[in-house]
Design a binder for this molecule. Structure first.
Ligand code: TPP
Ligand code: MG
Length: 937
């Protein structure tokens, strides 16, 4: 089958040779020629800025006269920087080429060896093979480490290129041969290397987790913005914000997060931000845009968003051809061939390219008549030409007022030859046969024997070789290693608890919500003389929902440009004040963007050496389930800070219905290892958790972050009970006791968050109508109890001879009896997670029974020898409803009446309450036995 060489139209709707849809030919070539001559004249006489001015005026005039021509956001398919404008290359290209070849070899050998030893262990060769020049030019000439006076660069590496970064670190002596041998084998006796950039696993090496594609680019944008924030607020004394480099794949640009925030970068004039997009035209399965042109598509998107776009498409060997191309024929041919076809050229002979690319026009064919087929085949792509890449980077760092994107065309699997260069299978290629290894060694001139090549042995030149000296010298000149993570350099002074006494004193009859209490706490933190400056409030267009607008005026909304208009509410006390030194990050409707800001602030202790304290408050339903992957990255990155799920709980948000009522986030949070998840009910609980969190994160330097849910239901906030702080932090404490004497049955009630007050009401109902005594416990964190219980079990299992550890929840129930009924505003699985440790002490007598039907979800079974529990969890499983709170709680069966019934039913199981009285109890409590199950309706 022969493929079409000439495509009818390019993807942006402009016909190949500049004609527009509906136009088939140039009706007046002579007139066209006159205009072009005139243009040439202006260029020769006055230069390019004059031309740009005239073109702008022409466009304006045409518009005034009714010509509706917006113009394309793209430029021709050639390098943005012409050969004439290219700066001289400052390095030793010969030596750099040798170093790059050695790194290529070791990166490839690392993956091949790993798969030889343990087939299927994985790894990627082709991504780095295509990007080697992009990285090497940056490492040798641009990326600043942390040991100099200049602000260090922050680099987001393409996750799949990690073998190249490791191979370089090996040459530099940062990693040993053992590390490389144990690539993707982290659990061996000798040190190993993690597959991708994970700061959690290599905390001195990697800074930014990037391998979940799309997260790197959006985090990079907000990182660059946060760097400006630190300078604008004078937290960092630097005159300039740190530069951020993000290396990404062209396939990665299909992730919504990649392009989703690019307008912000331009709007904020982030000229400290450089995207380098490795346009190898391929992703995992095949071409990124087989029938289109990815570079052109990206150029249009970025230019439209206001970025400085630099295309690096062709290598230097194309320069003489382009110099001959006075009538633009070659340029047009370059523009009309689609990406799928360019990929085909990679795997084709020079003869094929001569025939199919140049052969469409005799004038083009003549242009390359003097080149052999081999020379034609080897014509390079810009991304493999250090001089072209250097020119682009230099222009990018010099550009002011806008971020820069470099679109570098490369070949995926460059250098792999038959083993995968430009092939659709190349992304997954991790095995090279012996002949391919020897060929690779030959092509890149690695000075090892064929036998060593067949064994894929690593190669490191002698320490005093010119290569090694050059390599080290360049890094010394650029202030040390990249990447690299460091410990905080500036320590914060802790806040004094006595300054926060108002939050422990209760609301004295006033009814407030935990959200209101939090906003008051936030305002107090902002005024704290020890840490106030370092607080970073973050909110995605929801400040008024949470009653935070009072902070606008006082602390200001951060805006690099200041406030260029008179706000519509300037005559009010709480006006919308934007300021260059504003402290609040009001992000607009982007949870992903806000979370990226959180990540930048929460990792500032390491990336800037300055601990910042972000508090990111959002609509809780749009947290874990919408941007969970960013939260996961935050954990990986050892972020320290608070995320606050506002309007949380399935039944607290009256009226909003299915989409908004969050009963899931605590279930999600359960799986995030270093996330401390809390569901407080009272203001004092919330304040204790926040203050203790500050201690743990900023003074004990624990790499954890907090998730705290807040509600908008108003009620009186009580006083902090004596001795409750430890229990609040550890997940449970006893709040209220009704002991009615030894003859009366007893139950234990767990309540949390919004539903704690229902448990308290159930306590009243049980006493008043049924003579049942109870203790009510506030469970502030099921997650903390769950992790604690698991840690105890594990310790006991591994230390059989030693006194057993007892889970904290079991300690809280020590000596108590009767069933336990838990109620919460989240999926019941959250409550059930602690079932193994819910034991009511040695006095329990009944034997374990199988999981049964009944109200809520019941877990049964023995836990600690001699003790037995029955544990019922009432949670809010199912889709939400638009309703008022009371009706919602009845619907989900988590209200006081349902809690009381669950307690009575459990007592009846133990013969502590007459079973035959249950129907009357149901009636008295006003419950409907035939009500549908909320999970299934
Ligand atoms: C969010 C996400 N989805 C899917 C993947 C799996 N994946 C890894 S690499 C890859 C292809 C990458 O293509 P591209 O971005 O063009 O990078 P290249 O390797 O071509 O430089 C895919 C689909 C991933 N890592 N992250
Ligand atoms: Mg790609």
């Amino acid at each position: 089958m022969s493929l079409p060489d000439k495509q009818p139209a390019s993807p942006n709707g402009i016909l190949p040779d500049g004609l527009f849809p509906g136009m088939t030919r140039d009706d007046d070539p002579q007139e066209t020629a006159e205009w072009l001559d005139a243009l040439d004249g202006v260029i020769a006489r006055d230069g390019s800025s004059r031309v740009a001015y005239l073109l702008t005026r022409l466009k304006q005039r045409a518009f005034q006269r009714g010509v509706r021509y917006a113009g394309a956001a793209t430029t021709p398919y050639v390098n943005t920087i012409s050969a004439a404008e290219q700066p001289e290359y400052p390095g030793d290209r010969q030596l750099e080429r040798r170093i790059k070849s050695i790194i290529r070899w070791n990166a490839m050998a690392m993956v091949v060896r790993a798969n030889k030893l343990s087939p299927g262990i994985g790894g990627h060769i082709s991504t780095y093979a295509s990007a080697a020049t992009l990285y090497e030019v940056a490492f040798n000439h641009f990326l600043h480490g942390k040991e100099g006076r200049e602000p260090p660069d922050q680099v987001f590496f393409q996750g799949h290129a990690s073998p190249g970064v490791y191979a370089r670190a090996f040459l530099l002596g940062r990693l040993t041969e053992e590390h490389l041998k144990n690539f993707r084998r982290e659990l061996q006796a000798k040190p190993g290397l993690t597959s991708y950039p994970h700061p959690w696993l290599m905390p001195k090496f990697w800074e930014f987790p990037t391998v979940s594609m799309g997260l790197g680019p959006i985090m990079a944008i907000y990182q660059a913005r946060f760097n400006h924030y630190l300078v604008d607020r004078r937290i960092k004394p630097d005159a300039e914000a740190s530069r951020v480099w993000a290396f990404l794949g062209d396939g990665e640009c299909d992730e919504p997060e990649t392009l989703g925030a690019i307008t912000l970068a331009a709007r904020e004039q982030l000229d400290n931000l450089i995207f380098v997009i490795n346009c190898n035209l391929q992703r995992l399965d095949g071409p990124v845009r087989g029938n289109g042109k990815m570079i052109q598509e990206l150029e249009g998107a970025f230019r439209g968003a206001g970025w400085n776009v630099i295309k690096v498409i062709w290598g230097s060997d194309w320069d003489p051809l382009l110099a001959q191309d006075t009538d633009g024929l070659l340029m047009r041919r370059m523009g009309e061939v689609v990406d799928g076809q360019y990929q085909k050229y990679v795997v084709s002979s020079g003869d094929y390219i001569r025939k199919h690319f140049f052969g469409v026009d005799p004038r083009l064919e003549a242009m390359v008549a003097h080149l052999s087929d081999e020379q034609i085949r080897r014509l390079t792509r810009g991304g493999h030409d250090a001089a072209k890449v250097y020119a682009a980077y230099q222009a990018a760092v010099e550009h002011q007022g806008a971020p820069t994107v470099i679109l570098a065309k490369t070949i995926k699997g460059y250098g792999l030859g038959e083993a995968g260069e430009g092939r659709n299978i190349t992304h997954q290629q991790k095995k090279l046969n012996e002949a391919e290894l020897v060929e690779f060694r030959r092509r890149f001139e690695i000075p090892i024997s064929d036998a060593a090549a067949r064994r894929a042995e690593f190669y490191k030149p002698p320490a005093d070789s010119p290569e090694m000296q050059y390599l080290r010298g360049r890094r010394q000149a650029l202030s040390g290693f990249v990447p690299g993570r460091r410990a905080p350099t500036v320590k914060l002074k802790p806040p004094k608890w006595e300054d926060y006494a108002e939050f422990f004193a209760g609301s004295e009859g006033r009814e407030v919500s935990s959200t209101m209490a939090f906003v008051r706490l936030l305002a107090r933190l902002l005024r704290d003389k020890n840490i106030g400056r370092f607080i970073v409030p973050i909110v995605p267009d929801e400040a008024r929902t949470f009653g935070m607008e009072s902070l606008f005026r006082q602390f200001g909304i951060y805006s690099h440009a200041g406030q260029l208009y008179e706000p519509v509410d300037s005559d009010t006390v709480l006006y919308y004040r934007e300021a260059k030194d504003g402290q609040i990050l009001e992000e607009g409707i982007t949870e992903a963007g806000s979370m990226s800001s959180f990540i930048a602030a929460a990792s500032s202790y390491s990336s800037h050496g300055i601990s910042m304290i972000p508090l990111f408050i959002y609509y809780s339903m749009f947290g874990f389930q919408r941007i969970g992957d960013l939260l996961w990255a935050a954990g990986d990155m050892r972020c320290r800070g608070f995320v606050l799920g506002g309007t949380a709980g399935r039944t607290t948000l009256a009226g909003e219905g299915l989409q908004h009522q969050d009963g899931n986030s605590h279930l999600n949070a359960l799986a995030f290892p270093n996330c401390q998840a809390y569901d407080p009910c009272y203001a004092y609980e919330m304040a204790v958790i926040v203050l203790d969190g500050l201690r743990r994160m900023y003074y004990e330097e624990e790499d954890i972050f907090y998730y705290i849910t807040l509600m908008n239901e108003n009620y009186e906030m009580p006083i902090l009970p004596l001795g409750a702080t430890e229990g609040i932090c550890r997940g449970i404490y006893r709040l209220s006791s009704r002991e009615l004497g030894a003859k009366r049955p007893m139950v234990q009630l767990f309540g949390s968050g919004a539903i704690l007050r229902e448990s308290l009401r159930a306590q009243e109902l049980l006493e008043k109508h049924f003579g049942v005594g109870s203790h009510v416990y506030s469970v502030t964190s099921y997650k903390t109890l769950y992790y604690d219980g698991r840690a105890c079990d594990r310790w006991n299992r591994l230390h059989p001879g030693q006194p057993p550890c007892r889970a904290y929840v079991a300690q809280a129930l020590e000596g108590q009896s009767g069933p336990v009924v838990a109620a919460l505003d989240y999926a019941s699985a959250v409550g059930l997670s602690i079932a193994p440790w819910v034991t009511t002490g040695p006095s329990a007598t009944t034997s374990p029974r199988p999981l049964g039907e009944g109200p809520g979800v019941r877990a049964t079974g023995g836990a600690v020898s001699g003790s037995v529990f029955s544990y019922v969890v009432l949670g809010t499983d199912g889709f939400g409803r638009s309703e008022a709170r009371g009706e919602l709680r009845r619907f989900f069966e988590v209200d006081a009446e349902n809690i009381a019934l669950a307690a009575l039913a459990e007592l009846a199981e133990r013969d502590e309450f007459p079973r035959e009285e249950l129907p009357a109890a149901i009636k008295l409590l006003g419950l409907d036995p035939d009500k549908p199950n909320p999970v299934t309706v």
